[in-house]
Ligand binder design. Structure first.
Ligand SMILES: Nc1nc2c(ncn2[C@@H]2O[C@H](COP(=O)(O)OP(=O)(O)O)[C@@H](O)[C@H]2O)c(=O)[nH]1
Ligand SMILES: [Mg+2]
Length: 476
């Protein structure tokens, strides 16, 4: 097996070198700072899949004294044919020399065989002060690629392109923070073209990464399916002695169980978020998201939450919603208006009809107190009977997944999850709609999904994720 390629990411301080390393090595632990000089020693960041290193990125300090270095090189070179040797001699002779610590650190991996990724900021004008460092890099004779990464809003990439083209074999625009995954792959392929020794390894790397991306999508669907099963079937229970029954009012009991139920649902949703983030190797995302909310007095989902994530009546009709329970009466016959009063009443109606409610608000479970048995009574709260709950949780989960799967590891901005203004599931095919609704129905009856049932549920969620991805793409 050939050795995995190594790329040294070099350039001026504070131009996005560490950001490029973070993105290409899928590692969000890399120091990216506002202050120049964050990186003093070079640092290796391998990208591994299944314990195998596909390639390694080397983060380096920026050039500090390129003109001095070039002077030295010119003074010690006789002909162009000795340029790579002269650079090597420079590094050997100046190790430990305080003046050239940064240059030695960044040139060492290159003279040891790394390829060069030179990073510049295309939002500031090109200036000839870069020519010394570009010349040094050219002298190394290593395969080289320049990236124009724009940090600010202005665009001077044309002049950059013209200048860089004279020093580097390939010049690409590459936004370290926003470049889509396909561009990461395309960079790797470009490097494979530059260095025949790396072509096979990098072809393989792009294949591994594409497969991994598919797998992660599938695994995410599985994680979302599990969370939905938990959330939709969750029940809080409490067993009371006769004394306790006498001392505790139904209202208090309902409140306690309901609070515990809310808390469980919120925690479970949070753990799903973290699982998805870790799956994509995002370990330190700061996230802001409205919690699942209810109007606690009425056991109603907060209207905002519902408005943004619930599905429409038309959607439900095509999902096989209410079949059987509603029968010939038609779906609209069981639609209550928002004029309908307190949650308790609504809850009662739902319990009685064994059906759903999808008016302008939607309901959460009612308290259930079982019969006396051996001097004990069992009170329970849940599972939720309203399948809109499932659609809300699903919508929020898919939206979060989408942001994570498209986020580069250089991203440091707060992840703000805001509700969509669109019934995104309307893109989904009918079969998937039915699979989702069927799974929700089983869960709310606390009937665990069979292995096959879960596979179908997961597949439907995965198609919903794809539909959402397409919808986002078309909107962009
Ligand atoms: N908006 C934006 N900011 C970036 C981009 N790349 C880097 N930055 C910012 O530029 C600064 C320097 O980035 P860093 O990767 O640490 O540069 P380095 O010193 O060359 O390693 C940081 O504040 C980054 O957040 C980019 O593509 N877009
Ligand atoms: Mg850095």
């Amino acid at each position: 097996m050939t050795k995995a390629p190594v790329f040294a990411v070099v350039g001026h301080p504070n131009k996005g070198k560490s950001s490029v390393v973070a993105t290409l090595s899928q590692n969000d632990a890399i120091a990216i700072a506002l202050e120049p000089g964050t990186t003093r020693a070079r640092q290796n960041y391998p990208l591994s899949v299944d314990g195998r290193t596909l390639y390694t990125l080397v983060d380096t300090p920026g050039f500090q004294r390129p003109r001095r270095v070039l002077q030295w090189l010119e003074a010690h070179s006789i002909a162009a044919s000795d340029h790579p040797e002269t650079v090597r001699a420079f590094v050997l002779q100046h190790r430990g020399d305080d003046r050239y610590v940064d240059e030695c650190e960044l040139l060492a991996p290159v003279v040891e065989g790394a390829g060069i990724i030179y990073v510049v900021d295309g939002s500031v004008p090109y200036s000839s002060e870069h020519e010394a460092e570009m010349t040094i890099l050219r002298w190394t004779g290593r395969p080289s690629l320049a990236l124009i990464n724009s940090i600010g809003p202005d665009d001077f990439s044309d002049t950059w392109q013209a200048a860089l083209g004279q020093f580097f074999q390939v010049v690409r625009k590459f936004d370290a923070v926003r470049a889509p995954f396909e561009q990461h792959l395309s960079l790797l392929r470009a490097f494979g073209q530059l260095e025949p020794d790396w072509e096979t390894a990098l072809e393989e790397a792009t294949r591994f990464l594409s497969d991994q991306r598919q797998q992660r999508r599938h695994q995410s669907a599985g994680l979302i399916a599990r969370a939905l099963e938990d959330l939709m079937s969750h029940q809080e229970q409490r067993t009371l002695t006769l004394n306790q029954v006498a001392e505790t009012s139904d209202a208090t009991l309902a409140e306690t169980l309901r609070d515990r139920w809310y808390r469980h649902q919120r925690r479970r949703e949070q753990s799903l978020r973290i699982d998805i983030e870790h799956l994509y190797q995002h370990q330190r995302i700061r996230r802001q998201e409205a919690e699942l909310q209810w109007h606690s007095q009425h056991d109603l989902f907060a209207e905002d939450t519902r408005k943004h994530w619930a599905v429409s009546k038309r959607y439900l009709a095509t999902a096989g919603f209410g079949a059987g329970a509603v029968g010939g009466a038609g779906i609209d016959a069981v639609t209550f208006g928002s004029s309908l009063g307190a949650g308790a009443l609504v809850g009662g109606l739902i319990g009685a009809a064994g059906s759903y409610f999808y008016g302008d608000r939607f309901t959460l479970p009612a308290l259930n107190i079982g019969p006396l048995k051996d001097g004990l009574k069992t009170a329970s709260f849940g599972p939720v009977q309203d399948s809109q709950f499932g659609y809300v949780v699903l919508g929020r989960a898919v939206d979060h997944w989408w942001h994570i799967s498209h986020r580069n590891h250089a991203g440091r901005e707060l992840l703000e999850l805001e509700p969509a203004d669109h019934h995104w599931l309307e893109q989904l095919d009918k079969t998937s709609r039915r699979e989702l609704q069927r799974a929700f129905d089983r869960c709310r009856r606390q009937r665990p999904l069979s292995h096959q049932g879960r596979e179908k549920f997961t597949a439907a969620i995965e198609r919903a994720m794809t539909a959402y991805d397409d919808w986002r793409l078309n909107r962009a």
